[in-house]
Design a protein around this ligand. Structure first.
Ligand SMILES: Nc1ncnc2c1ncn2[C@@H]1O[C@H](COP(=O)(O)OP(=O)(O)OP(=O)(O)O)[C@@H](O)[C@H]1O
Length: 304
C-alpha cells in the first residue's frame, strides 16, 4: 500500500498541494480526480520523487518510501516519456532492461504487449509515425513493461478510443488482480466510476473526499424522483419537501427525513396516478459536483 500523509508542495507563494493525505491500497484501482490545476500531477510527481515535497510523508508498504521502491514503480508522466523519433519496440526493450529485465524477457514482454494492443505490425515504426491514440497505448505499455510493483498513471485514458480503454482497463485489472496498487488520474468521471474501486477527489490542492463510490454515495443526501400522471407543480407547496427540479409531471425532490417518502407518496396517490417514485442513485459526476460545490461555497464564505 502507498500512503500519503500531509504531503504539501508550494510553487513560490502558491500552495499547489496542501497537506494531502490518502492511500492507494494493494490490489485496488484508485481514481484520482479533480479539476484543472487541482494538484494531481504535482502529487504524482512527488510520489515518484520527480518533485521534492515541502512537507509530509510518503510511505510504501508501511515504511518511508525509498528511491529503490520508486524504481520498481511504473509511471506514465503527464509530459509522456518516450522519444518520438525512436522505434517503439527498441524503446520498450531499453526501458525494460533499465528496470532489470533480461534481454530475452524485455524483448518477449514488449512484443507481447504490443501485439495485445494491435501494434504487433508496427514494432519497428518510430513513435511519431503512430496516431495519437496509438502513441498513447505505447506510453502506457512503457509504464507496465517491467513488472511494476505499483502503477502511477497520469491521465492514461485520454485520447484512447472506447475499445482501447476497455483493453487497457482489462490489463490494469490483471495488475490489481495480482495485488499491485494502481493510481490513475482522469477527468472522465464516467470512466472512473466504471473502472475504479476507490477514488480520491482533489480540489485546490486539498483532498475533499476519499473512499469507494458507495462510501461517498452514503454521505450524499438522497434525492427522489417522482413521475405523476398529471402536473407535479403542487409539490412546490408540499411540507417537508425541497424541490430540486420540476418539469411537467416529473419532479426531483429532497426530503427532510426518510419518513417523508411515505407521506409524499400517499399525497401523490390521493391526487392522481403515480407512474414512478424512488430514490435516485447519484452518479460519480453528481457526487463530484456536490462535493466540490460545497467546498467552493465554504471558501467563498470564509472572510478574506
Ligand atoms: N512547475 C511549476 N511551476 C509553477 N507552478 C506550477 C508548476 N507545476 C504546477 N504548478 C501549479 O500547481 C497547481 C497544480 O497543478 P497540477 O498540474 O498539479 O494540477 P492538475 O490537477 O494535474 O491539473 P490538470 O488536470 O489541468 O493537469 C496549478 O496551479 C499549477 O499552475
Amino acid at each position: 500500500m502507498l500512503e500519503l500523509r500531509d504531503v504539501s508542495r508550494r510553487f513560490g507563494d502558491h500552495v499547489a498541494v496542501d497537506q494531502v493525505s490518502f492511500s492507494v491500497p494493494d490490489g485496488a484501482m484508485t481514481g484520482f480526480v479533480g479539476g484543472n490545476g487541482a494538484g494531481k500531477t504535482t502529487t504524482m510527481r512527488m510520489i515518484m520523487g520527480v518533485l521534492a515535497q515541502h512537507g509530509g510523508q510518503i510511505d510504501w508498504q508501511g515504511r518511508a518510501i525509498t528511491t529503490t521502491d520508486r524504481r520498481s514503480f511504473g509511471y506514465m508522466p503527464e509530459e509522456r516519456g518516450l522519444y518520438p523519433k525512436q522505434p517503439i519496440l527498441d524503446q520498450l526493450i531499453y526501458l525494460a532492461r533499465l528496470r532489470g529485465l533480461s534481454a530475452q524477457d524485455a524483448a518477449s514482454r514488449s512484443t507481447q504487449l504490443l501485439e495485445r494492443f494491435d501494434l504487433g505490425g508496427r514494432t519497428g515504426d518510430k513513435l511519431e509515425s503512430l496516431s495519437l491514440g496509438n502513441q498513447q497505448r505505447v506510453q502506457i505499455i512503457a509504464a507496465l513493461v517491467a513488472d511494476p510493483t505499483m502503477l502511477v498513471l497520469d491521465e492514461p485514458f485520454s485520447g484512447l478510443d472506447p475499445a482501447a480503454v476497455d483493453s487497457m482497463a482489462a490489463l490494469l485489472r490483471e495488475f490489481t488482480g495480482s495485488g499491485v496498487p494502481v493510481l490513475f488520474s482522469s477527468h472522465q468521471l464516467d470512466l472512473v466510476e466504471r473502472l475504479c474501486d476507490r477514488l480520491v477527489i482533489l480540489s485546490h490542492g486539498r483532498v475533499l473526499a476519499e473512499g469507494t463510490a458507495d462510501d461517498l454515495r452514503a454521505t450524499e443526501t438522497v434525492r427522489h424522483r417522482l413521475v405523476l400522471g398529471g402536473d407535479a407543480g403542487w409539490l412546490r407547496d408540499a411540507r417537508g419537501v425541497r424541490v430540486i427540479d420540476i418539469e411537467g409531471n416529473t419532479a426531483v425532490l429532497q426530503l427532510d427525513s426518510p419518513d417523508q417518502a411515505d407521506a409524499v407518496l400517499r399525497e401523490a396517490m390521493a391526487r392522481g396516478s403515480v407512474l414512478e417514485f424512488g430514490p435516485i442513485r447519484p452518479s460519480l459526476a453528481d457526487i463530484y459536483r456536490d462535493v466540490t460545490a460545497a467546498t467552493t461555497q465554504t471558501q467563498q464564505e470564509v472572510p478574506a
